[in-house]
Design a protein around this ligand. Sequence first.
Ligand SMILES: Cc1cc2nc3c(=O)[nH]c(=O)nc-3n(C[C@H](O)[C@H](O)[C@H](O)COP(=O)(O)OP(=O)(O)OC[C@H]3O[C@@H](n4cnc5c(N)ncnc54)[C@H](O)[C@@H]3O)c2cc1C
Ligand SMILES: *[C@@H]1O[C@H](CO)[C@@H](O)[C@H](O)[C@H]1NC(C)=O
Ligand SMILES: *[C@@H]1O[C@H](CO)[C@@H](O)[C@H](O)[C@H]1NC(C)=O
Length: 504
Amino acid sequence: MHLHTLSAAVLLAISTLAVAAPAADLKKLNGCLKPLGSKVITSNNKSQYEKERYAFDLRYTFKPQVIVMAKSNADVQTAVKCAKAAQVPVAPRSGGHSFEGYSIGGQDGSLVLDLTAMNTVKVQGDKAKVGAGIRLGKLYLDLYKQGGWTINAGTCPSVGIGGHALGGGFGLLARKHGLLIDRIVEMEMVNADGQLLKVSATQNPDLFFALRGAGSGSFGVVISFTIKPVKPAAKVTSFSYEWDLKHHAQVLKAYIDLQAKASRDLGVEMNVGHSGLELYGIFQGTKSQQKTALASFFKVVPKPKEDVREHRHVDAQLRFAFVEGGKEGDIEGLALTGKHRAGDSRYTKGKSLIYPTALKPSTIALLGKWAAVKPKGATSNYIIVDLWGGAVSDHAATETSFVHRNAHSVFEFVVEWSGSNAKPGKADCKPCLKWMDDMFKEFLDDYKKNNYDSVARGYQNYIDRAMPNWTEAYYGQAMPRLKQIKSAVDPANVFRFPQSIPLK
Ligand SMILES: Cc1cc2nc3c(=O)[nH]c(=O)nc-3n(C[C@H](O)[C@H](O)[C@H](O)COP(=O)(O)OP(=O)(O)OC[C@H]3O[C@@H](n4cnc5c(N)ncnc54)[C@H](O)[C@@H]3O)c2cc1C
Ligand SMILES: *[C@@H]1O[C@H](CO)[C@@H](O)[C@H](O)[C@H]1NC(C)=O
Ligand SMILES: *[C@@H]1O[C@H](CO)[C@@H](O)[C@H](O)[C@H]1NC(C)=O
């Protein structure tokens, strides 16, 4: 915990949440969970507990009351019923990539419901039913093997579909096919009473609204997603272009202008760091089509260093998965098994801002200024600028609880201070967190000065405890309806963590 960085209001929220369940209830909890046998891990099973209680971001050392490694729908139902009876909060865990450790509770004393084993993929007709514990890399591989399909989701192969989908889900196919939530047609969810519900446009439509955007951890445990997969182009072009950071004003201006003009076949991100600017992405089409699509951009920027490849979409997914030991075409690496790893844990802090219009010159100047700083102790620090728009904006802001349909670009601020697969329990890198906080403050001032929006907006999948006005920033005008739905489906607040949807 890093209390010095938290505001008084947030501290108050945490202290009222983290009331430990009475000892008698905990005894009852253990008895209630007995039928789950070895799938239940408590601190009595020290080695297993130490292995399972950490997730992606090693800064978080919350101590769960119990961890349940669920293998079936029935396991999930039993665990939720037991937790409710014992008044212990439930934290569902899919890929464990929460920026605030919320899938380990975000506080001590939760029941962590790990879904890793519930990871099957079955394509039938034009639908794919996917277990909520699968990671994106394995999902891409399985969809490819079952008929050449894929899905419009993020690039990191170890991210879980659970948190990713329930918070929106942005990736390099978003401009063409929208967010991941836009292709979900049904979900199965276990509610606070342990009942298994179907959730779709016609069954539990309020939950269908709430889960698609604000669904992470607040309403129930989603155990499966039924998604309309997409067919990528037969040949796609993956690319990266690099410039020295000194060209940031010129390159970022031209990049931002692409948002409104460029073909929806173009999925792009820009990494801004002290080692330079890197534009990377996937174009749905051949090399020559990609060249045409970017011709006007290349007229107005200096000549970059480039690496452009024409291959299958699945090869492009592998390229940007950065799998250790991964070779071009060796797509089994996407499953991250055996010798293939993807840096599954590290020390990191992230924040985000959403810009509803093209960036103003002062904002571009700030990107150049802060990317140039290298805090002492950081192994990497950078800002990713994603171009949204396209199919993301085809949906009304009221269709789902994902309200940022007008997003022009989205920033992800990132700092890391360990290599991948480090050991947990190390001290924070103070200069790293200071870089983040000082930078973010200047971006917030600039956001206000340029009047981008009435409050600063952020992306809930890059959740941050210190985000000012966080309910408004993440869920905007959806909040009143979300609170009503929360009160109706989980009045006992079984699904709670420091930034869960409140009852009122
Ligand atoms: C390296 C990295 C790369 C990323 N890249 C992208 C990207 O390209 N695009 C993008 O949009 N986002 C990206 N993200 C953000 C990512 O989408 C979120 O961190 C997401 O919440 C992770 O999902 P998870 O299942 O791995 O995490 P978890 O920590 O398991 O879950 C996150 C939250 O969702 C809840 N939750 C998880 N599963 C369920 C479930 N089945 N039912 C109900 N609640 C559930 C958890 O309780 C927790 O509150 C990235 C994150 C990281 C760390
Ligand atoms: C966990 O510990 C308890 C008691 O300490 C033991 O009965 C149980 O078998 C252990 N479970 C596993 C999976 O090792
Ligand atoms: C938070 O909300 C208050 C009150 O609406 C507003 O004055 C302030 O600018 C907001 N902060 C940010 C960063 O948007």
